[in-house]
Design a protein around this ligand. Structure first.
Ligand code: ATP
Ligand code: MG
Length: 407
């Protein structure tokens, strides 16, 4: 098997010190699938303090010492090294009440979630595969280690991990595992919303997101994840055609809700998402629930002004649910506009709020109204974006808005 020299070095330093050590978990799974693992995990018989002393010449970070994890930096790469352990009782559907270290690799592998994640490998002993993980990898199946119901009750996050791996790897979920996911789904209420968000984003960005979200819905798991006020079905058909951005994909799923913007806000808040993600989803939902304007340069500028950096997501979705040719015409016009110096936003207007305020013709809210009107004119005709013209217009508009219209 092929793995980087720094991982090899970590394994041999542990072996030379008399400990057993293996590559384990997701890194081994990805390696066997010939994918580049995004992190490297080693499991070892060495206790945390012993790990620290084996790697005393290297930078170590006691990531989760009480759980037995030490991160070591070797040749610039981070490797997580964890003592073989057994998880204690679970009373909150998520965290073991205690962990116990062991010198038996079999017990460490048995606590792991799925067979494809529960293999270990080193050069001395080859592959340690006590739960037929290799066969499941070949069959492309996600299956629990042990009794599925028990495993999901211990830690309900595994329900979403199963979906995430199915989506990411394009795997099926084995039938007993699947029915336990359904019967244990209410335990998801005990899981932190941040962790749910992380798993959901992973599910949405996997290679078979559409199929996996469909599965999530058919198992009745979606309501524990999305927490919408509405109970219309999520619209997931076509999901895989979209760019791989969780925010775009969430907007797509919610677009047929009766109040999609409200739904988007509720869903993103309930997932404790960042403001940036919330804004991205709501702006996208707003954009896709409006009809696409005719492809003209002016409309291209209007769209750029209205949706800013979220416009790509809006158009991406519209090209799936609407007229893809019209969308590509608009995209082309947007490309041309982006290369031009035409004004498309307040920040590009050749007049600032301060300029209007210095004229003494308006203040506060009125300045905002004037600027918006000026921008509107300039978007219609970019030639008008000159200071002289805009100053004159500002004066005119200020008198217009301060004089009540005659009936
Ligand atoms: P990823 O590609 O997302 O990193 P991974 O399989 O490496 O996938 P991690 O969360 O990095 O997942 O965890 C590393 C390993 O630890 C897993 O492969 C699995 O063996 C074990 N593991 C992680 N979380 C759990 C859990 N909730 N229950 C049981 N075992 C777990
Ligand atoms: Mg990992």
């Amino acid at each position: 098997m092929n793995y980087p020299p720094n991982v090899k070095k970590a394994l041999s330093l542990l072996a030379d010190a008399g400990f057993c050590a293996y590559i384990v978990g997701g890194s081994l799974r990805d390696m066997m699938l010939k994918k580049e693992p995004h992190d490297w995990d080693i499991t070892t018989s060495a206790l945390p303090n012993e790990i620290l002393s084996v790697f005393s010449d290297y930078r170590t970070i006691p990531t989760g010492l009480q759980h037995g994890t030490v991160s070591v930096i070797i040749d610039g790469g981070l490797i997580e090294i964890t003592t073989y352990r057994i998880d204690g009782e679970y009373s909150d559907s998520r965290h073991p009440d205690s962990v116990r270290f062991t010198d038996d690799i079999a017990l460490d592998l048995a606590r792991r979630d799925f067979t494809v994640n529960a293999m270990a490998y080193n050069e001395q002993n080859g592959l340690v595969d006590l739960f037929s993980g290799k066969a499941d990898l070949d069959r492309k199946v996600i299956r629990c280690v042990g009794i599925p119901e028990q495993r999901f009750c211990e830690d309900a996050l595994r329900i979403l991990r199963a979906l995430r791996f199915a989506s990411k790897l394009g795997f099926e979920i084995e039938s007993e595992t699947l029915s336990a996911m359904q019967s244990c789904r209410s335990r998801l209420a005990d899981i932190s919303r941040e962790r749910i968000q992380t798993e959901l984003f992973g599910i949405l960005c996997g290679q078979t997101a559409e199929r996996t979200v469909g599965l999530m819905c058919s198992l009745g798991i979606d309501s524990y994840v999305f927490c919408r006020e509405e109970n219309s079905p999520l619209t997931y058909a076509g999901l895989d055609k979209l760019e791989n951005k969780p925010e775009t994909r969430i907007a797509y799923l919610l677009r047929n809700d009766e109040y999609p913007v409200k739904s988007a806000v509720a869903v993103m808040r309930s997932l404790r998402s960042s403001n940036a993600s919330l804004t991205a989803v709501t702006a996208t939902v707003r954009g896709i629930t409006q009809p696409l304007p005719k492809p003209t340069p002016e409309n291209a500028r209007r769209l750029m002004n209205a949706y800013g950096k979220h416009l790509d997501s809006v158009l991406d979705i519209l090209s799936v649910i609407g007229d893809a040719e019209e969308v590509s015409r608009i995209r082309e016009l947007i490309r041309i506009e982006a290369e031009s110096s035409n004004c498309r936003s307040l920040s590009e207007l050749k007049l600032r709020g301060n300029d209007i305020s210095e004229l003494g013709i308006a203040s506060g809210k009125a300045i905002g109204i004037i600027l918006e009107r000026l921008l509107d004119e300039v978007i219609k005709d970019p030639e008008k974006n000159t200071r002289t013209y805009l100053l004159e217009r500002a004066k005119y508009i200020s008198t217009e808005i301060s004089t009540p219209r005659k009936e």
